[in-house]
Design a protein around this ligand. Structure first.
Ligand SMILES: [Zn+2]
Length: 86
């Protein structure tokens, strides 16, 4: 079951399994960054992307949250929650 992931930078992130990506987003559960297939991963609303745990960890360390992106992030996030039935 997908769930919200807290992070120190305040990004809207959901932990989503590859099966849920397939069932709810129609994707293949392949990391959008490194193309590896993993059983679990993270939906990053601001990027509208699904990352494997390793890429998510690297991304959250370097990512900066810009105020101008927040409305897009929230829109992506709400769409994802609706698709996942959250
Ligand atoms: Zn990856």
């Amino acid at each position: 079951m997908a769930k919200k992931v807290e992070n120190s930078k305040g990004f809207l992130v959901l932990e989503v399994s590859a099966i849920e990506v397939n069932e709810c987003f129609g994707g293949y559960g392949i990391c959008d960054y490194c193309n590896s297939d993993d059983r679990s991963g993270y939906y990053i609303a601001v990027l509208n992307s699904w990352y494997c745990p390793k890429c998510y960890k690297e991304w959250i360390q370097r990512a900066k949250r810009y105020a101008g992106d927040i409305h897009i992030e929230e829109r992506n996030y709400n769409c994802a929650c609706e698709s996942l039935g959250l």
